[in-house]
Design a protein around this ligand. Structure first.
Ligand code: ACM
Length: 551
């Protein structure tokens, strides 16, 4: 009886998000009372030291427990001697390399005296530690001490875990509103807690250019500022207040390094040639289709018609130069060039664009956009291997003839996402699912009166987000093209960071689970139960969240 009681207690306490691929709850607990030795090997590509050091530092800070590090000399598999020694004497946490395991995968076995962790990469060990922290009180995940806990313990479990998808992303639009690097770091922390691994930074918009480009200083002298904090829409009028901000190269490097330490790669997005009015306002002389007219950073919501003149060779050079600086700042292998919602009206009325369209043998103005990208792709192709970057585009690019771009591009599918992703995969391209409905987590998450102003009618509930089934019914031969999932946050209506957080959480967590957990292991009611304890994490972490799904 006692034993069953203890087990059921454990079962209640154990609440891991995203749900592991395989988990068995065992009897007993590992205690951090007394000496705990952490043994870890060398591994080929390095990186494990930082993972271990960060874990040791976090445990010390949050629990006061000082783990004793014991670095193994040769990284060989730890024999039974260590295991036996641990059983007799001090408690051990033992890391060992299993080269047969996939990137990001880990095995975690918690027994009363030893915690064994196996992985093949630093990322795998990092995720094992994230799980281990989730097996402890939420202050550990939040990175804050809790003096009220007398004994730090972890329930015994056996977990074999790996992600369903390699791309588990979140996009934040800082073009419309700018929140600053401390806010981004906080988001990165929470993403990492839930094993997300891609932060897509939407850095340019009609309403603001947010990244320093040394070759084009006016992008931030002019393009990062506008005469209104709110963006006009219907009854809401621009407020006339000077508003803006941007990231310097130093800021960007700091955030990239911060994310990297948490196994999150940052993919920058510079959305060109549409959504570019802020850039056009900075350099109308060569970016505007009509330089004779006045161009300002936009004060309104919506899609501006003021797009870059893709027939101007100086505009093409501009884009190449921007890509060169992005390449230096962002080491990740992908750059996102946007490509959504690009009105062609101005091109249709520009003689250079008319001539160029004829030259490329098309009558579809969308092909001018493709031709622009083709030149940028060729520019990247000339770079040395370590500066190669793959390009990502929103799915509207598929509305043109994509043959000149080849198939080694990635399509981020948002509008009609499921069909667009299939279309991309059939063209041989990789694809990422970020369906507007329901993965645009800036939309209202309930019909409650208390919901902050945003888009939608409150239909994109936590449940709806959770129940979207990525890659459902997709033909098996196309499935390898599906890199994963991503939640997007557009900020037209959201001036303040605490409202971003309110709308993001907990829906981001539902997307994290879709990206990680096997499809057949996902269940909304089970998720909702596990979610309840996360409110404590958000409170301790100092992030706002939608409260209505918490009891
Ligand atoms: C988008 O929502 N315009 C990508």
């Amino acid at each position: 009886m006692l034993c069953i009681f203890a087990l059921s207690l454990n079962a209640q306490e154990i609440s891991i998000i995203p749900k592991p691929a395989e988990m068995q709850i065992e009897e007993g607990e590992f205690s951090f009372n007394g000496k705990v030795v952490l043994c870890y090997p060398k591994i080929k590509d390095g990186g494990i030291d930082a993972v271990v050091d960060n874990f040791v530092r976090e445990i010390k800070k949050t629990t006061g427990v000082k783990l004793v590090k014991d670095r193994l000399k040769d990284g060989l598999f730890l024999g039974w001697d260590v295991q036996e020694a641990a059983k007799k004497g001090d408690a051990h946490i033992v890391l060992y390399v299993d080269e047969y395991m996939l990137n990001e995968a880990y095995r975690l076995s918690v027994t009363p005296k030893i915690i064994n962790i196996a992985a093949s990469t630093p990322a795998g060990f990092f995720y094992a530690f994230q799980t281990l922290k989730q097996l402890m009180p939420r202050n550990v995940m939040a990175g804050v001490p809790d003096d009220s806990v007398e004994e730090w313990r972890v329930p015994c479990v056996f977990i074999v875990d790996e992600p369903r998808f390699s791309w588990r992303g979140f996009m934040l639009d800082e073009g419309r509103h700018f929140y600053g690097k401390e806010e981004i770091k906080k988001i990165i922390d929470v993403m990492a807690a839930y094993k997300m691994n891609r932060f897509h930074w939407h850095l340019t918009e009609d309403q603001g250019w947010r990244i320093e480009i040394k070759k084009y200083p006016k992008l931030t002298e002019v393009g990062a500022w506008r005469d209104s904090k709110v963006l006009g829409w219907g009854e809401v009028k621009p407020d006339g207040k000077r508003y803006g901000g941007y990231y310097t190269h130093k800021d960007i490097k700091e955030v990239v390094a911060y994310a990297k330490e948490r196994f999150i790669e940052i993919v920058p997005e510079v959305d060109i040639p549409g959504h570019s009015q802020a850039a056009v306002a900075s350099y109308p002389e060569f970016l505007a289709c009509d330089p004779e007219n006045k161009h300002d950073v936009w004060l309104w919501q919506g899609v501006s018609a003021d797009v870059i003149n893709v027939a101007n060779p100086l505009a093409v050079q501009f884009a190449k130069d921007v890509i060169d600086e992005l390449t230096e700042l962002f080491p990740f292998g992908y750059i996102h060039l946007g490509g959504d919602e690009c009105p062609t009206h101005k091109w249709e009325h520009n003689s250079d664009c008319q001539v160029l369209l004829k030259e490329i043998g098309s009558t579809n103005y969308r092909d001018l956009q493709i031709h622009f990208y083709k030149q940028l792709k060729e520019h990247i192709a000339q770079k040395p291997a370590d500066k190669q970057r793959k390009l990502i585009f929103w799915n509207e690019v598929l509305h043109g003839n994509t043959a000149p771009l080849g198939d080694d591009i990635t399509i981020m599918a948002w509008i009609g996402a499921d069909n667009a992703a299939v279309d991309a995969a059939k063209r041989g391209m990789n694809t990422i699912l970020s369906p507007q409905i329901p993965y645009y987590i800036n939309r209202r998450q309930s019909k409650l009166e208390t919901e902050p102003r945003s888009q939608g009618h409150g239909d994109e509930t936590v449940e709806r987000v959770y129940n979207y089934k990525p890659m459902n019914g997709v033909a098996e031969e196309l499935q390898p093209k599906y890199m994963g999932v991503q939640a997007n946050f557009w900020t037209e209506w959201v001036e303040e960071a605490d409202i971003v957080q309110y709308l993001m959480f907990p829906r981001l967590v539902a997307v994290a689970e879709a990206g990680w957990t096997p499809a057949d292991k996902r269940d909304y009611n089970d998720f909702l139960k596990r979610l309840q304890g996360e409110a404590k994490y958000y409170l301790l972490k100092g992030v706002n969240y939608g409260k209505h799904v918490f009891k």
